[in-house]
Design a protein around this ligand. Structure first.
Ligand code: ADP
Ligand code: MG
Length: 403
């Protein structure tokens, strides 16, 4: 029998043994159920539950992606456990608690947060919790600003940049989010039949857009501003009536904070646009979602500014002219990366359910055009958004052209 001192991929039987023998989480005589619940396409996630109710999550990385079988850097697992611990300190209660990270097994034992539900699915079911904007803006401001050079000791920050260097996962983003949708250079875009000409004209031959995306791409690669979650879409956010839990930060690295903020905003817009085409009579849910987007934008800006005032001490950085342009730069990035997220999950190869669930061309074609046009307008106009209301008004204008 393996003793967990060298790596092997767990199954439900060995996961149970690990929880008993290596972690001592369950007693040997306890009856424990174990299911593999991973719905992502990258790692293996086991949920172990004792009859008495105590439960545990084991998340294990494998060298080969479970979806494509392609190899992927195992260091991502260490990075994920480390950022979960940091986020747990910066934003208590908003991420699962890490009980133990096992380097040899590339395995994180963590708190089971199964009483929270995948936000993408909650939004699809018109459950838009009123606390979302408050909770998510708090998570963003609390986890991002304190990890910057404005707050951290310069040497400590550089050590963290080194530790969280995550080249293989960043390359996925650099390719699939920030290159491929604008050229199809590796022929990996997946276009819905009938969108080819539109995509060719609006994305592949749009020089003004390419210039803006080039800037966002290089910003993603070079602006080691803050420690990012790196994959903050609504499938990484879990929610219920009482709050949120943020999962799955294996794409973490030091990058521009607007990338995380923009990812959340962009993914909320998928739900908003999908509802316009598939359930336009759900006016209460649509209004709640719009308010969430608006409040999230405004509260994130306000909370970042408050964190800034509370934590930044160097007199040079405290000059209002610098502070304001720094914060404005973050929000401009956020609008831009919300746009790149909308575009890549519409024409790229990792689509979202809000897009793929709409199969009738009479709905899918105008919906895709609206998503792409909204993305383009967010990218090109990224420096012009003041209030959250301007974002949702833009979305309504784009929808009015296509509905
Ligand atoms: P991957 O890296 O493969 O995308 P995720 O971290 O997203 O894996 O986990 C896949 C799924 O497993 C999640 O969507 C969620 O349903 C479940 N899951 C992961 N971590 C937890 C946790 N701590 N508590 C409850 N469920 C979890
Ligand atoms: Mg995932």
């Amino acid at each position: 029998m393996p003793d967990f001192s060298t790596y092997f991929l767990l199954d439900t039987g060995t996961a149970k043994r690990y929880a008993v023998e290596a972690l001592g989480f369950f007693a040997p005589e306890e009856a424990v159920d174990c299911v593999e619940i991973g719905d992502g396409n990258i790692n293996y996630v086991f949920r172990l539950c004792a009859r008495g109710g105590r439960s545990l999550i084991l998340k294990q990385a494998d060298r080969l992606l479970r979806s494509s079988g392609r190899p992927l850097d195992m260091g991502r697992s260490r990075i994920e456990a480390a950022i979960l611990r940091l986020e747990g300190e910066l934003a208590p209660g908003l991420v699962p608690e890490v009980y133990r990270y096992d380097e040899r097994m590339s395995l994180t034992a963590m708190e089971d947060v199964s009483d929270y539900h995948n936000l993408r699915r909650e939004l699809a079911a018109n459950r838009v919790y009123p606390h979302l904007a408050e909770a998510l803006s708090g998570f963003l401001a609390d986890t991002l600003l304190p990890t910057t050079d404005l707050v951290l000791d310069a040497e400590e920050k550089k050590r963290r940049v080194q530790f969280f260097t995550n080249p293989e996962l960043c390359k996925i983003t650099e390719d699939l989010v920030l290159t491929e949708p604008y050229y199809n250079y590796k022929d990996r875009n997946i276009l819905f039949p009938g969108t080819e000409e539109f995509v060719e004209e609006r994305l592949y031959r749009n020089e003004a857009l390419h210039a803006a995306v080039a800037e966002l791409r290089l910003g993603f690669m070079n602006n080691a501003q803050a420690l990012l979650h790196g994959d903050l879409h609504t499938g990484s956010i879990f929610a219920n009536e009482t709050g949120v839990k943020i999962l799955d930060p294996e794409f973490a690295f030091y990058g521009p904070m607007g990338y995380d903020i923009g990812n959340v905003i962009g993914n909320l817009f998928f739900s908003r646009v999908n509802k316009a085409f598939t359930m336009s009579t759900e006016t209460a849910a649509i209004a709640a979602l719009e308010r969430t987007i608006e409040d999230l934008w405004e509260l994130t800006g306000k909370k970042l500014a408050a964190k800034y005032d509370a934590l930044v001490t160097l007199p040079l950085y405290r000059v209002a002219g610098f502070r304001d342009s720094y914060l404005a730069g973050i929000m401009a990035d956020a609008a831009g990366y919300a746009g790149t997220e909308l575009i890549r999950r519409t024409v790229g190869d990792s689509k979202v359910a809000e897009v793929t669930a709409v199969t009738a061309p009479a709905l899918r074609l105008p919906m895709e055009r609206a998503l792409v046009e909204l993305g383009i307008a967010l990218i090109l106009g990224r420096r012009d958004f003041g209030t959250g209301g301007e974002l949702t008004a833009l979305c309504r204008r784009v929808l009015a052209q296509e509905e």
